[in-house]
Design a protein around this ligand. Structure first.
Ligand SMILES: Nc1ncnc2c1ncn2[C@@H]1O[C@H](COP(=O)(O)OP(=O)(O)OP(=O)(O)O)[C@@H](O)[C@H]1O
Ligand SMILES: [Mg+2]
Length: 276
């Protein structure tokens, strides 16, 4: 399979993600921690949505609920019309979280091949797909290395390649580029724009970088501090294509300002959010 081929066709026209009336309270020894309150969010198939907000506002918690790594205290989460649990068991999405989460005893190529092995892709197809993915993330020369022989950013690129291995219709990405240097980060952003438009995958993407959110997204969801609520959803109205030139475009700066203002409405000092 090549990257140019379509993502697995949706068996349904249901939204990629539908979060309705979700609250999340963590019970800890020192009392209850309300992490999310009254979250309603629908992500259409093929849509790119970023979540941005101060540290601790519940972005990772929301991603974990969608990925069925935790359950809401109230409300519901559906993925392609299924329960979060069903979608996880059907492996309807790829995940890239803050930590790369590679298997240390597997080489780079064996880590990327893992989802394909689990789905019994034949060996020849697996080899060519892994080669293609490693080339995309610029790690062809590191195929036989082990994760502890790579930098943090390189490990993260392996995790991204692994998440893309099966052309998922939905990608859940929680600060996937946080550990990358600025140049690699911009390159990966452009790759992600290309991949999501070519495969038609929906993406839910957490970031602390306003320009990154603007560059990538159809809509930016601005969250308020704890307990996390959706403060504003900013549609990213950009006429031009998401190419490198866009980063220096006046319309782009205008959208960066719009998101920054939405963020600062809730928090005079939106700690943990980068303006770069
Ligand atoms: N397992 C847990 N037990 C108790 N509290 C938790 C747990 N997980 C998260 N929290 C709390 O919930 C809140 C939201 O955490 P979360 O990790 O979702 O924030 P975040 O927006 O992803 O922050 P960051 O930008 O720093 O990654 C925080 O106050 C955190 O302390
Ligand atoms: Mg987080």
């Amino acid at each position: 399979m090549t990257l140019e081929q379509q993502a697995r066709p949706d068996r349904t026209t249901a939204p990629a993600v539908e979060v309705s009336g979700v609250d999340k309270v963590f019970s800890t020894r020192s009392g209850d921690v309300p992490a999310l309150s009254g979250i309603d969010l629908t992500v259409a198939p093929g849509e790119f949505v970023s979540l941005i907000g101060p540290s601790g506002c519940g972005k990772s918690t929301l991603m974990r609920l969608v990925a069925d790594l935790d359950q809401p205290t109230s409300g519901s989460v559906r993925v392609f019309g299924k329960t979060a649990d069903r979608a996880r068991r059907d492996q309807d999405y790829g995940i890239v979280f803050q930590q790369a989460g590679l298997l240390p005893w597997r080489t780079v190529s064996a880590n990327v091949a893992l989802p394909l092995e689990l789905h019994r892709t034949d060996a020849a197809a697996r080899r060519s797909r892994v080669a293609e993915l490693l080339e995309m993330v610029g790690l062809t020369d590191f195929a036989d290395r082990y994760p502890d022989q790579l930098s943090g950013g390189m490990q993260q690129r392996v995790a991204i390649a692994r998440a893309l291995a099966e052309q998922p219709s939905l990608l859940l990405m929680d600060e996937p580029f946080g550990a990358l240097d600025e140049m690699t980060r911009e390159r990966m952003q452009s790759e992600l724009v290309r991949i999501s438009s070519e495969t038609g995958a929906a993406v839910v993407f957490v970031t602390h970088s306003i320009p990154e959110a603007v560059f990538l997204s159809d809509r930016v969801v601005v969250m308020s501090p704890r307990p996390g609520r959706i403060q504003e959803i900013v549609p990213i109205a950009l006429e031009s294509e998401r190419t490198e030139d866009l980063r220096e475009d006046t319309a782009f700066f205008g959208m960066v300002t719009a998101v920054r203002e939405a963020l600062h409405q809730g928090t005079p000092t939106a700690r943990g959010v980068e303006n770069r």
